[in-house]
Structures are given as structure tokens and as C-alpha cells.
Design a protein around this ligand. Sequence first.
Ligand code: FES
Length: 182
Amino acid sequence: MTRPDLNQIVRTPDGRPEVEQPKWRRDFPIDLPQDEYVARRDFTKFMVLTSLAFAVGQVWIGIENWRRRRRGQPPIAEIAKVSDVPIGSTITFAYPQPHDACLLVRTGELTWLAYAQECTHLACAVIPEVDKGQFRCPCHHGYFDLTTGRPIAGPPRRPLPRITLDVRNGAVYATGVEERTA
Ligand code: FES
């Protein structure tokens, strides 16, 4: 692409001389050829930066997958005593890492549910509303079904990751994290 001859530039969009243009256009002249001119160097810079960002993204995904594989299966961890969680109530716990906030909900004598607390939209903490059968995200009014963790309203599209549970000997144990896409 050759650079336009700056002496030949037509500054007005309709080709009429500047004195014939409306006042607003004279006050704010736009040099259209200059404005639309994209140098080969700019284009190459854009392509290189875009490719670089793509490559960095791929490397990051690869590293994350590798780290997840290295971590292996999450540990089995006791998260509550059965007697500490009355029916219809909720407690928070951390699993599998200390910074992974989760919610344990007891909806019946033998019915337990647990999910990661991080909203799948933009990671705000969801709030359990057991009486309404839902989790509510206060940030953008996202809602998840309490019994499935699936989104039912608002911006979230993916379900909350489910924490698998085992209840035995008077205690509730977390045994794994089930990432789901639908
Ligand atoms: S972060 Fe939860 S709806 Fe946006």
C-alpha cells in the first residue's frame, strides 16, 4: 500500500472545497484519506500482536491443564458434622483448595447438595435462597436452580460446579468436583 500524497488530499467527503462545507464541518475537518489510511507497518504490527496474544493464550491453557492433571483427584475432606447443619440451612466451606469457597445445603433429613459458590458469569459469590429453591447472584441478577445448580435466569450460561458428597458416620465429606458445561 502506498502512502497518499499529502498535497493531493481531498479533506471533504463530498469533494467540494472547504469554503462550501457547512460550518460544523469546517470547525471539525476530517482528513478522510489520512483517516482511512492503514500503513502496511500498522497492519503487520496488528497481526503480530494478535498472533502473539493467541499464542500466549494457548500456552496459558496448556499450563493450566498440566497443573490440573498434576494436582490429580481432589482429596476426600470432612466439611461438616451432620448435627451442625439443620434441615433447610446452609454452611460455607473451602474445597478443594483453601481459596475455593463452596456452599453445603441440607434440604432434607438425608438430602445434601454442595456447589462451588463462584458464579459462572463473572465470579461473584452466589447467595443461597433455600425457601425459593435457588441461588441468587447479586452482581447481575443471575439465578441457579438449587437442586441442580443449573442457570435458570440472568446472564450465567454454565451450571455451578457440583461438589460430590459422601455422608457417613455422622459427618459430611467432600469427595470431588464435578465441572459441568450444561
Ligand atoms: S457475576 Fe453472577 S450474574 Fe454476573
